[in-house]
Design a protein around this ligand. Sequence first.
Ligand SMILES: [Zn+2]
Length: 56
Amino acid sequence: MTATIKVTEPIVSCSDNGQHPLVYINLKNGSGRCQYCGKSFVRVGTETARDDKKAA
Ligand SMILES: [Zn+2]
């Protein structure tokens, strides 16, 4: 069983409360998973609109 954690940052850290070494997970694709504990992280966009600034 895995938990899905919603975050707003593009990179998250996970140590599973010290159960495994601290790792950083890149969510540039929108989601990622901790390779140690299997937790899933999903990036939720509080500022997704900002990525579309190129429209002039
Ligand atoms: Zn973990």
